[in-house]
Structures are given as structure tokens and as C-alpha cells.
Write a protein that binds this ligand. Structure first.
Ligand code: ATP
Ligand code: FE
Ligand code: MG
Length: 336
């Protein structure tokens, strides 16, 4: 089974060829980060235009790299949500065009399911599993009762965790997206500020990061006003420690309440080194829970992960017809 996968939900245009839901044959990704950096975030209209300019080139790349042709394809998978509507539409239109022209099954994929299945490039997923999904737009604990089943048990009540990294980064004068750089700075500093850890001990699986963000910004502004210079590395370390503590605490609470075989760590923020180390330690202490981390290079947005999630959906008979539309607000259902 060879799947052609498209991803264009945000600021990466990505096309991949994935064999049997395991093997990445080729991937071509055009990132737009440079175009958005001067605005400090993704500008939707700019994103759509870039996707239109880049997607055919990415498509050509994966075929020329592998020597495969459309005749070798089994199905076409595409991210149809969540994300920016104008950005999603580019991938959806391209996927529909290929599927229609070559009479191939069209498989709609939830971008967040893609993030989760990126972990399968590390190890096969085993069920039931729990996923900690941390990205630029989402912070969720997702219960995976079985393959192709996703149920939210908790989520952020305000900012996503990656969003908090990026906003705090802006205050520190870092480029967008700031997560990676904060991660690096944090290693050189200490948690001297003891920022709040919102909802850490609350009896639920939800998160909140806006209070942390405000506390951080207030601390920096106050220091500015009195002409004091704070340690950038200590600020980064303190912020990151607070985020990691809350994520770890709530994840462990979830693992205690829902017996699972694996904890899946996925999404752009899953690249965070401190979070990866901390969850590894927590899982060691929780007997029998295997930590499966998405490989670093597949934590951010990419089509390779859509190819695996698309394979899983394809095997489960998920299909779309030519009426497939982008669904910017697509969400998993809650576990009842
Ligand atoms: P979503 O997947 O929710 O639609 P998105 O696709 O924009 O949102 P991703 O591309 O999955 O988000 O992740 C991007 C986020 O990951 C950014 O906020 C970025 O700062 C963050 N990030 C990347 N590397 C790290 C890191 N090492 N530590 C912390 N955050 C990181
Ligand atoms: Fe993403
Ligand atoms: Mg991104």
C-alpha cells in the first residue's frame, strides 16, 4: 500500500510517499517560517499564497526522488483540519485533483491524528494508549482505546502550550517560533522565578497557560520599568520548568486513571528536550507504561505523519468524495 500524503494546515507545505504505514519513501517540505517571522506569527493570507506556490514543486519532488508514478499509488491522504482554512484548502484541492484524475481513494486525515501517528516512526502503537498532544494550537490528553479511535479527556482552557512558548519568546526578543530557542536557553539557566503552575493539583486533566504567560510578561515589564536586567536564561528555565511540571503532573494523573500500555508524546512541543526527559522518568516509575516519542524531525508539521495516519484511516475504510471541504475547527470528541 503506497499513500500519497498532503499537509498544508499551517505554515509548512509538505508532500510525502509512505509505504504500508511504516516506511517513508520520500518527503518534500517547503517551510514558510521566514515569511512570517517579521510579523511574529503566521499570517493566514500569506500562508495560503505560499502553499499555492509550493505544493506542485513538493509533489514533483517525491515522484522524481523515488521514480514512482501515479500508477503506483493506492490512495491519497490529506489533512482537512484543524488549521487555517485558506491553507487547508490548498492541500485538500491538490489531493482531490490527484484522486479524481487517477481514480484513487481519497482519505481525509485529522491533523492532530497525524501528530499522534508520527510516533509510529519510533515504535508501533499499542492500545489502549494515552497521547499527550502538545503543539502550537493544541494541548490535549487524548485516550486511544484502539487504533483509529481518539477521545479527549482534557485540554487547555486558554492558550496552547506552544503558543505560550512563542509569546514568551517574543518578550525575550526571540524569533518566531521560539520553542526551540527557549529550550536551548533553559538548559543554561535555573528556575529562580518560580512562576505559577496553574491547575497543577486540580482534579481534572485540563491545562491553563495564560496565567503563566501573564506572570512572565509582568515580571519582565516590571524589571524594565525599574531599569533592572533579568537573566534571560533563568527566565527561560523558569518558564519551561513551570510548563514541564504541569504537563507531567497532569499526564501522570491521566495515566493513573486510565490504565494504558503506552504514553505517546507528539506535536511540535514534543520536541522539547526537558519534556522528553521528564516523561521518560515518570514512565519508568509507572510500571508497565512505555513512552513512545515522535522522532524529533516528525514533531513539527509534516506529510510523513499524515501518510501514517492516512494509512490507518484507509485500513479502517475512511473515505471522502469530491465534496470534501476544509474543516478549520475539526476536533476529536470527548470521552464520555
Ligand atoms: P497545531 O498542530 O496545533 O495545529 P501547529 O501545527 O502550528 O499547531 P506544530 O507545528 O505542531 O504546531 O508545533 C509548533 C510549535 O512547537 C511552536 O509553538 C514551537 O514554538 C513549538 N516547539 C518547537 N520546538 C520546540 C521545543 N524544542 N520546545 C518547545 N516548543 C517547541
Ligand atoms: Fe501541527
Ligand atoms: Mg508549524
Amino acid at each position: 500500500v503506497i499513500i500519497l500524503a498532503f499537509e498544508s494546515s499551517c505554515d509548512e507545505t509538505s508532500v510525502a510517499l509512505v509505504k504500508n504505514g511504516r516506511e517513508l519513501l520520500a518527503q518534500s517540505t517547503a517551510t514558510q517560517i521566514k515569511s512570517h517571522q517579521r510579523f511574529g506569527g503566521v499570517v493566514p493570507e500569506v500562508a495560503s499564497r505560499h502553499h499555492i506556490e509550493q505544493i506542485i514543486g513538493c509533489l514533483d519532488d517525491v515522484f522524481s526522488e523515488t521514480g514512482l508514478t501515479y500508477a503506483d499509488l493506492t490512495a491519497v491522504a490529506v489533512t482537512y483540519g484543524p488549521g487555517l482554512v485558506g491553507a487547508l484548502l490548498v492541500g485538500v484541492s491538490a489531493a482531490k485533483a490527484v484522486a479524481f484524475a487517477h481514480q484513487l481513494p481519497l482519505v481525509p486525515v485529522n491533523h492532530m491524528a497525524g501528530h499522534i501517528y508520527a510516533a509510529q516512526y519510533s515504535a508501533p502503537l499499542e492500545f489502549p494508549a494515552m497521547a499527550l498532544l502538545v503543539s502550537g494550537g493544541h494541548t490535549e490528553l487524548v485516550y486511544l482505546a484502539a487504533e483509529n479511535s481518539y477521545q479527549i479527556i482534557g485540554e487547555t482552557r486558554d492558550d496552547a502550550c506552544g503558543e505560550a512558548f512563542d509569546k514568551v519568546g517574543r518578550v525575550l526578543g526571540l524569533n518566531y517560533p521560539a520553542g526551540k530557542e527557549i529550550d536551548e536557553l533553559a538548559h543554561q539557566g535555573k528556575d529562580t522565578f518560580h512562576f505559577p503552575r496553574a491547575m497543577e493539583k486540580d482534579d481534572n486533566f485540563d491545562f491553563s497557560f495564560s496565567g503563566l504567560k501573564s506572570a512572565f510578561i509582568n515580571t519582565v515589564h516590571h524589571a524594565d520599568q525599574i531599569g533592572e536586567t533579568l537573566s534571560k536564561v533563568d527566565l527561560a528555565a523558569s518558564f519551561q520548568q513551570s510548563v514541564v511540571d504541569v504537563l507531567a503532573e497532569k499526564t501522570v494523573r491521566a495515566l493513573r486513571n486510565y490504565p494504558v500500555k503506552q504514553l505517546v508524546l507528539a506535536g511540535g512541543v514534543a520536541a522539547n528536550s526537558q519534556l522528553r526527559d521528564r516523561l521518560a522518568k515518570e514512565c519508568e516509575q509507572l510500571d508497565g507504561v512505555q513512552l513512545v516519542k515522535a522522532p524529533l524531525k516528525y514533531c513539527g508539521d509534516n506529510a510523513a505523519m499524515i501518510g501514517i495516519a492516512g494509512y490507518v484511516a484507509y485500513q479502517h475504510g475512511v473515505r471522502a468524495d469530491m465534496s470534501l471541504n476544509a474543516e478549520p475547527g475539526l476536533e476529536f470528541e470527548w470521552l464520555k
